[in-house]
Ligand binder design. Structure first.
Ligand code: FAD
Ligand code: DLZ
Ligand code: SF4
Length: 509
């Protein structure tokens, strides 16, 4: 018999279609999955995120064994567990002496760098294969980006539509337009019918994981229970079917809306499963396209959803690999303020932040506009160190892996890359939050008051941000109007704004 290989599958590669498995021989090779402290603590992940991944990994290992694979599974509490991918690969090599190691490229630069040292460390070849779950591989994105002055998502997205044929009528986009976002900006109200998310009772495997996570990671952020995530492919498929049945039709309309008592609205809650490998992005998009073709979902909803996946999701991954290393440390505004303590406790009088952070603690989830226009917007306006903001997002969301989190946080939300992802910073006063949510109705601050005692802090911070960063932003054509408004303001008013912001920032802990 030919010599056996080691097939290493990482916690976010839980797919039977993953390229490392595709390259393997079931009769000959051994699969290895490892729960390791380094991955659970390089940022202190939300307890729910760790529990979700450990449970999904254990269920996936069982699925592989049932399908006839030989699987080595190292649990976090195994006595001999070395605590890292490298250590576990070394231990496997000692145990089994495989001919070579086969692994699908990891989602994080940090892990890829470690793997590049493996041929020497392990004393045998290491094949690092392309991750076929993405529609656009790294090399294809590099070719697309090469020589372009601006890397606009919209143009990239059109290429992905052509490549996949999703919502295409021949060479033309379905309905005649590529993008129906103009129809997708409605605020929601609580009297709308809101779908409730599917919730899964923990089985024995999950209950065991929950006990372990409570025991080992009790000092990490977030509530562990109730734990209701899908942890198998079958369950994740049910989440997808549920979304298509009850959420998709209104997904577009209310994509940007926020309500205090409705953390999920019409969002799909699929990012956990897409990013961990339980669902395939193209499969998800084809199902959504079918719902439109069957007349069950409007075009603005189907197009909006598909754009998030084959557009934004693929695009941010391309940017990540194009710009790493180095991207992680970019800090265009040279911000140095520490992340306020309330990002970890939710203990703030600002109702919008309290709701978004409270929900994050409870669910390890917040939807896009909460991440961008509440927690992200505040950090941007207050001048928080973008690296600390990045580490917070990476830790607190159950869908967070650096390839997707970093460009969204550092680029889109904090403008720390100077505008690679967005043509202007996503900075907004309280007015935007008031328009898109019900948060201000119960806030102790008054969104209509611009300055002074009781005024919404976002209002003064907005102008303070623009004035503080004037040199860097004033030539931006999309901000000319705003700076001209500032110039036209009476000097007293301007002083009030800056004093208010200064006073607030001084009190920020
Ligand atoms: P839906 O609103 O239902 O959208 C459908 C799918 O589209 C999502 O599941 C996701 O796969 C994809 N998608 C939507 N927007 C984006 C985007 N901007 N980038 C990539 N994919 C997108 N998404 C992550 O998956 N992981 C992260 O760590 C992450 N960090 C973020 C940090 C910040 C500061 C911001 C502003 C956004 C971040 N996003 C991240 C994008 C987005 O917020 C989440 O994908 C989304 O909220 C997941 O919830 P959902 O599945 O209900 O999404
Ligand atoms: C996020 C995470 C955590 C918390 N734990 C593990 C783990 O114990 N074992 C594992 O294989 N993967 C884990 N992951 C996901 C990895 O961090 C992820 O695979 C890499 O960051 C590459 O994207
Ligand atoms: Fe947030 Fe200001 Fe509205 Fe309060 S008033 S919820 S701080 S935007």
């Amino acid at each position: 018999m030919a010599e056996s290989n080691l097939i290493l599958i990482l916690g976010d590669q839980l797919s039977l279609e993953i390229s490392s498995l595709k390259a393997a021989d079931k009769a000959r090779d051994r699969v290895l999955l490892v729960e390791v402290m380094e991955e659970a603590t390089y940022v202190r992940h939300h307890k729910k995120k760790i529990a979700f991944l450990f449970s999904a990994m254990r269920h996936f290992a069982a699925e592989l064994e049932e399908a006839g694979w030989q699987v080595d599974y190292v649990r976090i509490d195994a006595e001999e567990n070395s605590g890292s991918f490298t250590g576990e690969a070394e231990r496997f090599v000692e145990r089994q002496d495989p001919a070579k190691v086969i692994v699908t490229e990891p989602g994080e630069w940090r892990v890829l760098e470690a793997m590049k040292a493996w041929p020497d460390k392990l004393g045998r070849p290491v094949d690092i294969l392309t991750d076929g779950r993405f529609i656009c591989c790294r090399a294809e994105f590099e070719t697309w980006a090469d020589g372009r002055k601006q890397l606009r998502m919209e143009y990239f997205y059109r290429e992905m539509r052509r490549k996949t044929g999703l919502l295409m009528a021949g060479d033309e986009p379905e309905g005649g337009k590529w993008n129906y976002d103009a129809e997708n900006r409605k605020p929601a109200s609580s009297d709308l019918f809101m779908p409730k998310p599917l919730r899964f009772e923990p089985d024995e495997i999950t209950r065991e994981v929950l006990a372990t996570v409570e025991g080992r990671f009790s000092d990490h952020f977030g509530d562990l229970e109730p734990f209701c995530f899908a942890v198998t492919r079958k369950q994740a498929e049910k989440v997808l079917a549920h979304f298509i049945e009850v959420g998709l039709a209104r997904f577009g309309d209310y994509q940007d809306a926020m309500l205090t008592d409705e953390p999920f609205l019409y969002h799909s809650l699929l990012s956990f499963y897409l990013n961990a490998g339980l669902l395939d992005p193209l499969h998800v998009c084809r199902k959504v396209e079918k719902s439109y073709l069957d007349g069950e979902a409007p075009l603005n909803a189907a197009e909006g959803f598909i754009r998030q996946i084959i557009g934004w999701r693929e695009y941010v991954r391309g940017i990540y690999w194009l710009k790493m290393p180095g991207y992680e440390r970019e800090n265009f505004f040279e911000n140095t303020r520490n992340l306020p303590e309330f990002y970890w406790t939710g203990d703030t009088g600002m109702a919008c932040l309290r709701a978004a952070i409270g929900q994050t603690r409870k669910e390890a989830y917040a939807h896009h506009i909460q991440r961008l226009m509440v927690t992200g917007n505040f950090a941007l306006l207050a001048g928080i160190d973008p690296h600390q903001v990045h580490e917070w997002y990476l830790a607190v969301y159950a869908d967070a892996y650096e390839w997707v989190e970093l460009p969204n946080t550092l680029g889109m939300s904090q403008f720390a890359d100077g505008g690679l992802l967005g043509s202007k910073p996503y900075a907004a006063s309280g007015n935007y939050i008031n328009k898109m949510s019900d948060y201000c109705q119960t806030c102790r601050y008054d969104v209509k008051r611009k300055t002074g005692e009781g005024a919404c802090p976002f209002n003064a911070l907005y102008w303070d941000f623009l004035v503080r960063n004037r040199e860097k932003l004033q030539d931006n054509p999309r901000l000319r109007q705003v700076y001209s408004t500032w110039q036209k303001m009476k000097p007293d008013k301007r002083r009030e704004y800056l004093d208010s912001a200064g006073h607030f920032l001084k009190s920020l802990k």
